[in-house]
Write a protein that binds this ligand. Structure first.
Ligand code: UDP
Length: 327
């Protein structure tokens, strides 16, 4: 298939692009390089530097690359904490950018869409692990922006016949030997812990140890980026068969912040000092996904089902690229 990947120079988008190419698909990457890295884009992909905010530029991508079979939409502002500081960037820009993309898709007859959605839709879960049809309570303007886009896709299916799969992933992590996580500033737990092991930070701060969990620290479901990439490809390849759907995506195992730090100690051999700080606003105690529906309907099986294999892949990337793509 010929796939347009927005955000294909970013962490999850570039690794998905590489997996798409390995699976025999043709990829056009659209990225404004605001957060992405040109070096992350696989050379086999066609790279277009453009901003989704620029409607004409988006339309041109479709004109210059006719017969696109489907879109994978990763390009977005993605930080929960930042969205609490700058809500409009999320509520306006994430939504407008998706609208511009969908407008051009419909104009050009593209009817397949895979959305990178989020566990931040479930701020007040009623079940654990969380099922895709649990009630939606966005935890931040970031989560709300993804919910808006899910709703926009609902109407674009009804009105224009655009079929979509929304993949709500839990904690994306892990790396591949050639591509990995390189955010500036870095805010995610696993890369930060590994930066301590690399001597780039003196310690990791645990955001609260008074949660109602087994050791008082937050429990999350860590899912490997390659497993996310494969879910996107399965979703695109099976979209015509199963139609519009929403899936939660995680390993179904929860690990606490302290357990993540302990695993990093084991994998790196570094003592990784920690201090305990206050809670981070907006963090629920526990988030674990039920991925039963995507397992059953698409045969998705994680290749990295445990934290140790995830941490080893992350350590391989971070220790060989201590300064990310600049290394
Ligand atoms: N966390 C932490 N210290 C840090 C960064 C994160 O204790 O320096 C915790 C955070 O409170 C959350 C978990 O680690 O419970 C995962 O956070 P991350 O930012 O990696 O992902 P998120 O859950 O926000 O998607």
């Amino acid at each position: 298939m010929k796939i347009l990947v927005t955000g294909g120079a970013g962490y999850i988008g570039s690794i998905t692009t590489a997996e798409l190419i390995a699976a025999g698909h043709q990829v056009i990457v659209l990225d404004n390089l605001y957060q992405g890295h040109a070096a992350a884009v696989p050379p086999e992909a066609t790279f277009v530097q453009a901003d989704l905010a620029d409607r004409e530029a988006v339309e041109q991508v479709f004109e210059q690359h006719p017969h696109i079979d489907g879109i994978m939409h990763f390009a977005s502002y993605t930080l929960v904490g930042e969205s609490m500081q700058e809500p409009l960037r999320y509520l306006r820009d994430n939504l407008v950018n998706a609208a511009n993309l969908l407008e051009a898709a419909v104009t050009n007859g593209v009817r397949r869409f895979i959305l990178s959605s989020t566990a931040n839709l479930f701020d007040d879960p009623t079940t654990m692990p969380i099922e895709p049809d649990d009630r939606i309570v966005p935890g931040s303007p970031y989560g709300e922006s993804k919910f808006f886009i899910e709703r926009m896709l609902h109407w674009f299916d009804r009105i224009y016949g655009v079929k979509s799969i929304c993949l709500r992933y839990f904690n994306a992590c892990g790396d591949t030997p050639g591509r990995g996580e390189d955010h500036d500033p870095e805010t995610h737990l696993i890369p930060l812990v590994l930066q301590v092991a690399l001597g780039q930070r003196p310690h990791i701060t645990i955001f609260g140890d008074d949660y109602p969990t087994r050791d008082g620290t937050c429990v999350r479901d860590y899912v490997h980026v390659v497993d996310l990439a494969r879910a996107h490809i399965l979703a695109m390849e099976n979209l015509d068969r199963i139609g519009s759907r929403k899936f939660n995506l995680g390993n179904g195992n929860g690990y606490s912040v302290k357990e993540v730090i302990e695993m990093a100690r084991k994998v790196t051999g570094h003592p990784i000092p920690h201090v305990v700080g206050p809670r981070r606003p907006g963090d629920p105690a526990t988030l674990v996904a039920s991925s039963n529906t995507i397992r059953q309907e698409l045969g998705w099986q994680p290749r990295y089902p445990d934290l140790e294999s995830i941490m080893r892949s992350a350590w391989e990337w971070h220790s060989s690229h201590p300064h990310g793509y600049k290394s």
